[in-house]
Design a protein around this ligand. Structure first.
Ligand code: PMP
Length: 280
């Protein structure tokens, strides 16, 4: 059965949703996106995802494609029409259709597209065993805080990780881990969780933001500072977060086991706390 997707105000079978070859998203990657999880048929962390979308749009002088209420209705309607009780909703806004010219065109309508993906998020087999990570160089641009659809460096990184038999690539710049190709990175040492502070060098993860608040509520200390791959290898535990992985244990980095090479107790507890909050 084909999915019902959303394009510029219309709900359509996926085969019927067509975009112009002159859309700037197509030839410049001129657009931004969000991915929101659905659990028990409900959107997880929807409000902060939309706050980040608002920020990405403003940083690129792009207007909202519709009202905030309309965008929420698009998400809810897509989940309903496709019977999604657990999975993801991907949405993107591109600057719109215009003759190819680098500078931003004025007053053109943006293109809004959204679709659903079915995915087992809560009972993820990877979360039970933990995943492997390899370190790779961070070759991205300098505005990684904007959730741009231009993700070629991340695709190359994920491909490299995949060819090495790993789930994720942790990108390294000036000797320190920035983040995963599609996730935020953490290590745990002596009971403290360590993660890189926010800056233009990384995407402000929404799962990271929620987890930091939940950790504080549960007396788990999160220290925001840089860490290296060597420090990660010597850590007691490691994990990553994203809307599609929630809290995912990392049990191996560059072939070296982390701690007991099994999901660690703090990681396991944080995953539980996050899941409880997502389902609340
Ligand atoms: N960093 C990068 C580079 C990402 O692509 C993602 C996921 N899109 C994240 C971090 C995690 O962000 P979130 O928790 O909002 O999914």
């Amino acid at each position: 059965m084909s999915r019902i997707v959303h394009l510029n105000g219309a709900f359509l079978p996926e085969q019927e949703a067509k975009v112009s070859i002159f859309d700037r998203g197509y030839y410049f990657g001129d657009g931004v996106y969000e991915v929101t999880a659905v659990v028990d048929g409900k959107l997880v962390d929807y409000a902060p995802h939309m706050e980040r979308l608002d920020r990405s749009l403003r940083e690129l002088s792009m207007p909202w494609p519709c009202t905030k209420d309309e965008l929420r209705a698009v998400h809810e309607e897509l989940a309903k029409r496709n019977g999604i009780t657990e999975g993801l909703i991907y949405m993107q806004v591109t600057r719109g259709v215009a003759e190819r010219d680098f500078a931003f065109p004025k007053n053109i309508p943006s293109t809004l597209m959204a679709f659903t993906q079915v995915k087992a998020l809560v009972d993820s087999p990877n979360a039970k065993t933990g995943v492997k990570v390899v370190s790779i160089p961070d070759i991205r641009w300098k505005r990684r805080d904007i959730k741009s659809i231009a993700l070629l460096a991340q695709c190359m990184g994920k491909q490299q990780a995949s060819e090495a038999g790993a789930f994720e690539g942790w990108m390294v710049e000036d000797g320190f881990v920035t983040e995963g190709t599609s996730s935020s990175s953490y290590i745990v040492k002596e009971g403290r969780v360590i993660t890189r502070p926010l800056s233009n060098a990384i995407l402000p993860g929404i799962t990271r933001k929620s987890l930091m608040k939940l950790a504080a509520d549960h007396d788990v200390t999160i220290e925001e500072r840089l860490f290296s791959v060597d420090e990660a290898i010597a850590a007691d535990e490691a994990f990553l977060t994203s809307a599609s992985s929630f809290v995912m244990p990392v049990v191996e980095i560059d072939g070296h086991p982390i701690g007991s090479a099994k999901p660690g107790p703090i990681t396991t507890r944080l995953r539980q706390i996050y899941l409880e909050s997502a389902r609340a």
